[in-house]
Design a protein around this ligand. Structure first.
Ligand code: FES
Length: 117
């Protein structure tokens, strides 16, 4: 509940190393997730979302979970583990939790493709 009322890490990151955008076709909500990477570790994460309360709580939790994780560990964060960390989400809100984990994975892919250039 705390993440609904006091979402962490909201905002834009201008010097992000990776950015992931994800939309939810079910409801039209969208989110953008930024990560900062150092030595293969996520040192900071922020998000912006135009989503429902559950999407905001999920994004808040995902950014908290991603921090200080290696990229591989962060890739292993799933919507299930996020929902679990939030003590479960009502079934009709499960689709909202896809946004956070998917956007995180896209941000990591973005970072990796930038590095290859
Ligand atoms: Fe759109 Fe939850 S209703 S993300």
């Amino acid at each position: 509940m705390d993440h609904f009322e006091n979402p962490r890490n909201v905002g834009e990151m201008k010097d992000a190393d990776g950015v992931g955008e994800e939309g939810n076709p079910t409801c039209g909500d969208a989110m953008k997730l930024y990560i900062k990477v150092e030595d293969d570790k996520i040192t900071d994460a922020k998000f912006q979302t135009f989503g429902c309360g559950a999407a905001i709580a999920v994004s808040s939790m995902v950014t908290e979970m991603a921090k200080d994780k290696t990229l591989d560990e962060a890739m292993a964060i799933t919507k299930e583990s996020v929902a679990e960390a939030l003590d479960g989400l009502p079934p009709q809100k499960m689709h909202c939790s896809n946004l956070g984990a998917d956007a995180l994975h896209k941000a990591i892919e973005d970072y990796r493709s930038r590095k290859e250039k």
